[in-house]
Design a protein around this ligand. Sequence first.
Ligand code: SF4
Length: 236
Amino acid sequence: MNKEEVVAKLLPVLEGKGPGDIISIASQELGDRLMMTTAFGYSGIVLLSFVKDVAPNLPIYFIDTGFHFEETLKLRLKIMAEWNINIQRLASTRFKKDLDEILGREAYRTNPDLCCYHRKVEPLLNLMKEDTVWLSATRRDQSPTRVGTSVIEIDGRGQIKISPLFNWTSDDCWTYIRKYDLPYNPLHDQYYPSIGCYPCTNPVDEGGTERSGRWTGIDKIECGLHVPLNPDSSND
Ligand code: SF4
């Protein structure tokens, strides 16, 4: 089956199902083609909690840019230990000094798109094969760039992507986290609704949007990992 046929087959099956069923069906249908990435944001925690219950052997990756908050790194270790799941570290294959040479030491400020490409996107592209199916915690209400997210779609890079939380709201996720007392990044309690690399993540003032603390002050709200099919509707 080509990608279009996979999406056409699975879309009616997955539509209307809850995250646990979506992950379970996708795992049975797609086998080792399915993988997940997470940066341990709160929706990622919700998705991980379903994965640990219904597909505990799913390959899970954390893209380590070298700029993550200490709180994020500690959360990965805590979840792996307490939930008995393996979350593999994925990083640029280049040595840090080579990256600094290519990008400049403060590329997150001078050329954040290039910095994101080499530190986030390239490691992911090196991992994914043509037929890899990406399980993501993307939600429609995260940003204007994500409102078109579907439960299963072919993204702008030609990769099949499954988003079991596509129609969950921020409140839905937090209700679930509180109900099941899930661990989460303590920075969320310090006005960081979205958490990425520390040079590019700020707390958000009251009235700010979920991703307004990311790359504050410049015209950038996506790192380039998630590429929508329609570039006009979207630009992690
Ligand atoms: S979020 Fe900032 S520090 Fe992290 S890879 Fe992108 S530009 Fe670089």
